[in-house]
Unconditional design. Structure first.
Length: 268
């Protein structure tokens, strides 16, 4: 079993799993508690526009995904703040627009996009050192901002109206949170792809919610569950020659139903 650590691509994949699990555990907690799953789906699909732009202008598509997903998050935040449109409608718009732009840009780009499917369904074995660096930087940003604004995020997560009455700049903190969601989604794209990213963002946090009594504890459990699913899923996919993203998600779903059954049995 230890022979897999002789390969650089496997070491990169395991390191990517660790980095992604940290960000996923922290931000996924807010997504589950605040029920921002649909928003996360919109942002993840808006990232496809940036990926297409990367292919069109011959730069790393993951950098394009960072820009387009953050722009999508800012767009929703601004429109939500000014109450110019229903939030679900806005998310649907950026969801459709991101995918449409991505398809158009890829269609306009010369040649064939060989690793396009890895952005849609994930391929953790293709993570490069530059992408690992980007993931590490994004993790530092996420941990730093969540540490600084932990109490503010907690306030808007559990009681938005109370947060407004005590003078918190709720819309500003929502903007920061949405941008952090966008960064986390980009981290997960190479692991499980745009199509499956919602599952990895929500399942570890949903399991953690069953066994946690505080926000911080839920984050820690979520990180551990996410790390377990990604690393074990990666190993299973390697030895059985299965798609890594799909294997990780299927394992996560099995884990969720096991946890749900245990939780229901204990509480009864």
């Amino acid at each position: 079993m230890l022979e897999i650590f002789q390969y650089d691509f496997m070491l990169n994949a395991i390191l990517a799993s660790v980095l992604a699990s940290i960000a996923c555990g922290i931000i996924g907690t807010y997504i589950v508690i605040k029920r921002l799953v649909f928003l996360s789906g919109g942002i993840s699909h808006s990232a496809y526009g940036g990926i297409g732009l990367g292919y069109l202008f011959s730069f790393n598509p993951i950098f394009g995904a960072v820009g387009s997903s953050i722009l999508g998050a800012i767009f929703v935040s601004i429109m939500r703040k000014n109450k110019l449109e229903n939030e679900d409608t806005l998310i649907g718009i950026i969801w459709a627009l991101g995918m449409a732009l991505g398809v158009m840009f890829i269609g306009l780009s010369p040649g064939y996009a060989p690793d396009l499917m890895s952005y849609l369904f994930g391929n953790i074995l293709t993570v490069s050192k530059s992408e690992l660096l980007l993931m590490a930087i994004a993790n530092v940003i996420i941990i730093f901002l969540v540490s600084i604004f932990f109490k503010q995020f907690q306030a808007i997560t559990f009681d938005e109206e109370y947060a407004r009455t005590i003078g918190l700049k709720v819309d500003l903190y929502y903007l920061i949170l949405f941008v952090l969601i966008a960064l986390t989604i980009v981290l997960l794209i190479k692991l499980v792809g745009i199509i499956l990213v919602i599952a990895l963002l929500t399942i570890p946090a949903a399991i953690s919610k069953m066994f946690s009594k505080s926000l911080f504890t839920m984050m820690i459990y979520s990180i551990l569950f996410g790390l377990t699913f990604t690393v074990v899923g990666l190993l299973i996919s390697y030895y059985l020659n299965l798609p890594s993203g799909s294997t990780i998600i299927i394992l996560s779903v099995i884990g969720y139903f096991i946890a749900f059954t245990i939780n229901k049995f204990v509480n009864n």
